[in-house]
Design a protein around this ligand. Structure first.
Ligand code: P1T
Length: 385
């Protein structure tokens, strides 16, 4: 593994070697379920594609490299990656999770794992001091999203990691919004990094995939066992697409950050906008920690139009023409969403409103188009509604 390379080179070369058969520079798509054996158990490193596939392996090495970890695992989706982490736990174990998180993550916890006996508690983790007191005798794992989806709260990974280490608890960080270009949780002391690779890593809205990266060998072995035993692996074609996306992660992220800032500043100065959630503003409550642990503020923004109710927010997103109204984020094209009725609809109203996800909230994934077109589009939509 070319660990010594800098980040912007690791996106391209990290863990990659020319293909052994013909020297192909990009890993071939090994679209095969199985591999020939010369004698039972004698093969060339791969026997069955659920257990291992060279294209997926190339992606797993790349994931490990860009997240500064030792072991990468690629899954069929971000939620499949999270599902594997939850299977490290046993009935009676408790997870403390951020109270503001992707609706599908909440649903997986509450509707799939809670009935199996794993307990979940949700809390704001912006003040790391609150966490120590919240940890109970059965707490085994902290699940942290930072920045959070969709409220853009930022959590101090280093401080939380210290608490977890001292209490013998695993810390998993969902790094989907920041990507390793902006923040590398393992370097800050986290045990597990998780990705919806569907988003910035893939980068082109053409694949659903997930990833985990860890450095501890025993943890990697347990997760690999679960990956193989449960089977929600990333297919060869999807692995290739994510790998191809990762090669331009650094250039895309640079533009996402620039455009994100331009759009956030535009919205903040618009008389029809009440509040803009973007960690780059010095007035953002977690701006200091964001500046410390992230190397930029990303392209995700949420905002509330002045005096808006459900219908007003919906009208604005309906009027957008360059932004596409769609679930998901992190692609080259700008997307807009209405969390309350889309990505976070699976969280009961009372719970989501407690963390700020009201009917008036609009979420933007700012893409890498010309920022002037994005701003004009928002201007037209805000004026038309
Ligand atoms: O969609 P999937 O690849 O399974 O990833 C789930 C997931 C996990 N974590 C975060 C922070 C996410 O944002 C997501 C997926 N989110 C969306 C589809 C969305 O529009 O927010």
């Amino acid at each position: 593994m070319k660990k010594e390379l800098r980040f912007n080179s690791r996106t391209i070369h990290g863990g990659q070697q020319p293909d052994k058969a013909y020297g192909a520079v990009m890993p071939p798509i090994y679209q095969t379920s199985t591999f020939a054996q010369t004698s039972p158990g004698e093969h060339r490193g791969y026997e069955y594609s659920r257990s291992g596939n060279p294209t997926r392996h190339a992606l797993e090495e790349s994931l490990a490299s860009i997240e500064s970890g030792r072991y990468g695992l690629a899954f069929a989706s971000g939620l499949a990656a999270m599902d594997a982490v939850m299977k490290l736990l046993s009935p009676g174990d408790e997870v403390l999770a951020t109270n503001d998180l992707y609706g599908g993550s909440y649903r997986l916890f509450r509707k799939v794992f809670e009935p199996l006996g794993i307990r979940f508690r949700f809390m704001g983790m912006q003040d790391a001091a609150d966490i120590g007191a919240a940890i109970g005798p059965d707490t085994r794992l902290l699940w942290v999203e930072t920045p959070t989806n969709p409220m853009m709260n930022v959590i101090d990974i280093r401080a939380v990691a210290e608490i977890c280490r001292s209490r013998g608890i695993l810390l998993a960080v969902d790094n989907t919004f920041a990507t390793p270009y902006l923040q590398r949780p393992l370097e800050l002391g986290a045990d597990i990094v998780m990705h919806s690779a569907t988003k910035y890593l893939g980068g082109h809205s053409d694949v659903v995939a997930g990833g985990l990266v860890v450095s501890d060998e025993k943890l990697a072995e347990r997760l690999y066992f679960i990956q193989n035993a449960s089977g929600a692996v990333c297919g060869p074609m999807d692995s290739y697409l994510v790998l191809r996306g990762i090669k331009t992660l650094h250039v895309r992220m640079q533009r996402h950050c620039e455009n994100g800032e331009a759009v956030a500043r535009y919205l903040a100065g618009h008389p029809g906008v009440e509040k803009v959630y973007w960690p780059g503003f010095p007035t953002h409550p977690n701006h200091d920690i964001a500046s410390e642990q992230m190397s930029g503020f990303g392209g995700m923004i949420s905002f509330i139009p002045k005096g808006a109710q459900f219908r007003d927010a919906v009208r604005i997103v309906e009027h957008l023409k360059v932004f596409t109204l769609a679930e998901s984020l992190g692609g080259v094209e700008s997307l807009a969403g209405h969390p309350a009725s889309m990505t976070h609809a699976s969280i009961p109203r009372e719970e989501r409103e407690k963390s700020g996800v009201t009917d008036a909230l609009i979420r933007l994934s700012v893409g890498i188009e010309d920022a002037a077109d994005l701003i004009e589009d928002l201007q037209n939509a805000l004026e038309a509604s």
